[in-house]
Design a protein around this ligand. Structure first.
Ligand code: ADP
Ligand code: MG
Length: 576
């Protein structure tokens, strides 16, 4: 048999949690023994009653009362430890999975579907809790009860005991064998579920578009296709699971028949001593009841547990670092004095076609301002993403302070380089937290960033604890954009990248924010812009013009205007 190595994910369940787990198991063992002891006690009680042994009857009654109290206490203890165990196990597991997701590099994260993670925290987790954690404990409890009642049966009559144990084990084995199908079905359900979540997320994000284009009917149809597909997969999973339990029920019938045939065959209950015989019959029936519960549960429990384990494996696989993305021995960036330099850089998103950026050679010097202009799709954003180390699979060399970007530790890179993007993401928190990204900053620095980003009046009006809402929905597009600008400025990194960051602002605010940024001393700026105002363009040290992934012109505004080339025509189109 293949021995399974526990994944780090699974280890989270027992970490700092062994005491709760052991106590749960211990109370299960005690509980199982008490169940069986109860049956045995009843036997002696019955015998005493039929033989008129009043003293034993009296002691038995008192002992029975104490026993019942202990029994309830034991169940309460089990519940309490089991709840503590589950709480710690589940919170540690989720914490571990989330921390692993956060430790992924941007390029690795992009390859995964976020729905996989969302489903790990929702559906998959429900199944893991029910079928793996609670399931494992139930299985252990069942095994203990089975063993205890088996031993008791052997004690009362070894022939009946043996027949029952063998029959029960055969039935459990059969249902476990069949239950293997469940693993495949569970994985299929998880996949379908992931696709479903992905779709719901996508459709809900597009809610306003759907409404304004009156596409409700069509979207509902798309939704329903996936919806029905998922429910069919779940139906098939349930059917398999139910078939597994049928084996358990069959086992019940089989055990019942064996017991009663054996009882009749052996003449128990009809012998000379009618009292003892009846007591024996009763104890067998009682023990049979104890045995039936585990026999019904073990096979399906183990199958469901296996299926849930497959889910844990999926999650482990998804969060495991892909060796190609693991940062090993990365260089630390300590400054940016040497500027940023592209040498013969070619890049394509798909490895086989290096054709998005072509033969890029350029040097961005420390403390200077660069504008990048070009029509949409020409590769401007891609150029910035390369500087941010998002895509290390470029050809040629991109260095910052002489160090190759693909060899740099991204943490150290982001200490020096920050970016304001076109798409703003705000967290469902206050304006202040969205600016500081939940860190502490010097009050003066914060104030200056807020002023430069043109946020002062907004904050004066709404307060810095104003809640931005989910994805910043309580703020306008321009306000969100300004929060993201302040978020970058407060960090005071020596390099600032901007990707059409003022596109959502009115021209006056866009102008004043860009003007502020161009006025910061010593900052290296690379600004992708589509606004071509002469007064601003004049302030850039260099304008880089990209067309179809190539740098076609570069130089100061005045030089480019004199050349009367591509930039000159772009500029004139903008002015008209
Ligand atoms: P710009 O910012 O100049 O508008 P981009 O750099 O965003 O242009 O895109 C340049 C080209 O790269 C476009 O043709 C675009 O379709 C393609 N592209 C951008 N992002 C991706 C991506 N993640 N995967 C594949 N192709 C992409
Ligand atoms: Mg772009």
């Amino acid at each position: 048999m293949k021995i399974r190595v526990k994944t780090e994910c699974e280890k989270q369940f027992l970490k700092n949690n062994k005491f709760n787990y052991s106590m749960t198991l211990l109370s299960l063992v005690i509980s199982a023994c008490m169940d069986v002891a109860l049956a045995i006690m009843l036997y002696f009680f019955f015998v005493a009653a039929t033989t008129g042994d009043n003293q034993t009857l009296f002691i038995g009654t008192i002992a029975g009362g104490v026993f019942c109290a202990l029994y309830v206490l034991c169940k309460i203890i089990k519940r309490s430890f089991m709840n503590k165990y589950l709480k710690t196990a589940l919170s540690q597991f989720k914490g571990y999975v989330f921390s692993k997701i956060l430790s992924k590099s941007i390029s690795e994260y992009r390859r995964e579907s976020s729905a996989k993670f969302i489903s790990a925290f929702s559906n998959d987790l429900n199944s893991i809790e029910l079928n793996y954690l609670v399931g494992s404990i139930d299985i252990m409890g069942s095994v203990f009860t089975f063993v205890a009642s088996g031993i008791a049966m052997l004690f009362f009559d070894w022939r009946i005991g043996l027949a029952m144990i063998v029959a029960a084990m055969v039935c459990s084995f059969l249902s476990m064998k069949y239950g293997r199908r469940l693993v495949k079905k569970e994985s299929k359900t998880a996949n379908e579920n992931m696709g479903f979540i992905d779709q719901v997320k996508d459709l809900l994000n597009g809610f306003i578009v759907i409404k304004s284009f009156r596409a409700e009917k069509e979207v509902l149809q798309i939704f329903n296709e996936r919806n029905v597909e998922l429910e069919s997969t779940k139906q098939s999973r349930r059917a398999t699971s139910e078939t597994v339990t049928i084996f358990g029920d069959l086992a019940g019938l089989l055990l019942n028949s064996i017991l009663f045939s054996a009882v009749f065959a052996l003449g128990i209950g009809f012998g000379d001593d009618a009292g003892t015989g009846a007591a024996l019959l009763m104890v067998f029936i009682q023990l049979l009841n104890y045995m039936l519960v585990p026999v019904r549960k073990i096979g399906s429990g183990i199958s469901n547990r296996r299926a849930a384990q497959a889910l844990i494996d999926r999650i482990s696989e998804a969060i495991e670092e892909d060796p190609t993305y693991v940062e090993t021995e990365k260089e630390e960036l300590t400054g940016v004095d040497g500027g940023i330099e592209f040498k013969n850089v070619n890049f394509g998103y798909e490895d086989d076609t290096k054709n998005i950026l072509k033969n890029i050679n350029i040097k961005f010097e420390k403390g200077k301002s660069y504008a990048i202009v070009g029509s949409s799709g020409s590769g401007k954003s891609t150029l910035l993403k390369l500087i941010l180390g998002h895509m290390p699979n470029y050809d040629g060399s991109i260095t910052i302070d002489g160090k190759e970007i693909k060899n740099l530790s991204l943490d150290s890179l982001y200490e020096h380089v920050s970016v304001i993007q076109q798409d703003v993401f705000l967290f469902d928190s206050t304006i202040q937290n969205n600016i500081t990204m939940f860190r502490d900053f010097d009050a003066d620095k914060l104030k200056s960033a807020i002023e430069r980003a043109g946020l002062s009046s907004l904050i004066a009006e709404k307060g810095d604890d104003y809640p931005c809402g989910e994805c910043g929905k309580h703020l306008s597009g321009g306000e969100k954009q300004r929060v993201s600008i302040a978020r970058c400025l407060v960090r005071e990194t020596p390099v600032l990248l901007m990707d059409e960051a003022t596109a959502a602002l009115d021209s006056e605010t866009a102008f004043s924010v860009t003007n502020e940024i161009l006025g910061i001393d010593g900052l290296t700026r690379i600004i992708v812009t589509h606004g071509l105002e002469e007064s601003l363009l004049l302030r850039y040290d260099e304008i880089i013009v990209i067309q179809g992934g190539r740098i076609v012109e570069q130089g100061h505004f005045n030089d480019l205007m004199e050349q009367k080339g591509y930039f000159y025509s772009l500029y004139n189109v903008f002015q008209s």
